[in-house]
Design a protein around this ligand. Structure first.
Ligand code: CU
Length: 68
């Protein structure tokens, strides 16, 4: 199990967090996505076949890129 927290500047409300949870949840291997609109942070738990690269690419695609 891998876990990582990411800062997502485009998060503006709980709806954004919900969209991210739904989209990342569709990636096979992603088991948990938590988010807080107040801090604009999400925490993701995953196992193979999901990879951190796939997660970051998906966030980019849905217009919630992670801050580096
Ligand atoms: Cu929003």
């Amino acid at each position: 199990m891998e876990t990582k927290s990411l800062s997502i500047p485009n998060i503006s409300c709980g709806h954004c967090v919900g969209a991210i949870q739904r989209e990342l949840g569709e990636l096979e291997g992603v088991s948990k996505v938590d988010g807080d609109p107040a801090t604009k942070q999400i925490t993701i738990e995953w196992d193979a076949p999901a990879t951190f690269e796939k997660i970051k690419a998906t966030l980019q695609e849905i217009n919630y890129p992670a801050a580096e």
